[in-house]
Design a binder for this molecule. Structure first.
Ligand code: PLP
Length: 373
């Protein structure tokens, strides 16, 4: 049986060069980066080189990059510190954010009674920018938490515009860039964003490692105590091999960005064309979506809907219904619930997400398999 992986928004296969890099580090760089001897200093040097590499590709200062285990952890930390340490009294977010953001905010609401405003999206998935302007006109210490690319639909928020609005209103701006870092250029020197979070496993790097960008002069307080690592913000011995692997993965993603983006965009267009010729009533969820995510609504009966992911899985095809954490569950996606009418929510929506490792042959097999369900 073939294995066809079309779930690259959930996670991505690690590039061989990244594996080689990590194995090399694991074999020879076993020192504790906090040790003052040469073996320790050598590990420390790997971490600092990785920090510079990442900062170079994102056009920021190395000191603004903080290594952390996951984007979920980074988002929890930033939002919590904004409330506890910056005196933020209000969070503006949207109903289609990742649960890392939504659940962090719910926890802050119950612990600190923080005021929360949720922006909605229209049927195409476009954010209500007008409401954001109007909310920002109130004089309340605010952090805005809005993502760049939506992980379920691929919808893109105009982060430059949001950042400019926040800047003007003196609100902080936290942006979940998990789906866009490594897949599109980000110039953090130009973009008016205070905090960015990223996760290596989304750009062909290892799992369990990510980073936060924290703009210079913003001094957060730690969420984890116990050591001086990462300026004391994130105590605990650093995962040297994972950090090295993440920097390598980001460098390769940006070095190959132009060609891989073209390739993946073509593949997505090809997939949509094949789907449209197989199912005349297929609909795309969201308008003007990111080049590696295609979220479609299939005109299937309720009986077929229940079994669709199972049937694809039996044929070796990995796609997702909504987001990964919801696949297999019967709850409709919280993102699509904002965009689709009830009758469409009962039909199957699939998220197909591509990488440069996918081929047209795989797409043909996927569409043929869907036809036979
Ligand atoms: N934000 C978005 C948009 C995501 O897609 C994900 C991963 O699914 C996360 C946050 C969480 O990232 P991590 O796996 O690093 O915790």
């Amino acid at each position: 049986m073939q294995n066809i992986y079309l779930d690259n928004a959930a996670t991505t296969p690690i590039r061989q060069e990244v594996i080689d890099e990590m194995v090399g580090v694991m074999q020879s760089e076993y020192g504790n980066p906090s040790s003052t001897h040469g073996i320790g200093r050598s590990s420390k040097a790997i971490i600092e080189t990785a920090r510079k590499t990442i900062a170079n590709y994102l056009h920021c200062n190395a000191q603004e990059i903080v290594f952390i285990s996951t984007a979920t952890e980074a988002t929890n930390w930033i939002l919590r510190s904004a409330v506890k340490d910056f005196g933020v009294k209000r969070i503006i977010t949207s109903k289609v954010e990742h649960h890392a953001t939504l659940y962090s905010i719910l926890a802050l609401q119950s612990e600190f009674g923080i005021q929360t405003e949720y922006l909605t999206v229209d049927a195409d998935g476009a954010l209500d920018y007008e409401r954001l302007v109007s909310l920002l006109s109130a004089e309340v210490k605010t952090i805005v938490s809005l993502m760049h690319v939506n992980n379920e639909t691929g919808l893109i928020n105009d982060i430059n515009r949001i950042g400019a609005m926040c800047h003007q209103a003196k609100a902080l701006f936290h942006c979940d860039t998990v789906q866009s870092i490594g897949k599109t250029e980000l110039d953090l020197q130009q973009l008016p964003i205070d905090f960015v979070v990223a996760s290596a496993h989304k750009f062909h790097g290892p799992k369990g490692i990510g980073f936060a960008f924290v703009r210079k002069n913003l001094v957060l307080q730690p969420m984890i105590f116990g050591g001086e690592q990462e300026k004391g913000w994130r105590a605990g011995t650093e995962a040297v091999h994972q950090i090295a692997g993440m920097a390598k993965a980001l460098a390769l993603s940006y070095d190959h960005l132009a060609e891989e983006r073209n390739y993946i965009s073509d593949l997505k267009a090809y997939c949509l064309k094949q789907l449209q010729s197989a199912f005349s009533e297929v609909k795309v969820n969201g308008k003007d979506t990111f080049y590696n995510i295609l979220n479609i609504l299939l005109p299937f009966s309720p009986e077929k809907t229940a079994m669709i992911l199972f049937n694809l899985d039996m044929k070796g095809i990995a796609v997702s219904r909504g987001s990964a954490c919801q696949s297999g569950s019967i709850k409709p996606s919280h993102v699509l619930a904002q965009m689709l009418p009830d009758e469409d929510l009962k039909k199957p929506s699939l998220r197909i997400s591509f990488s440069h490792y996918n081929t047209k042959e795989e797409i043909n097999y996927f569409v043929e398999t869907l036809k036979n369900i």
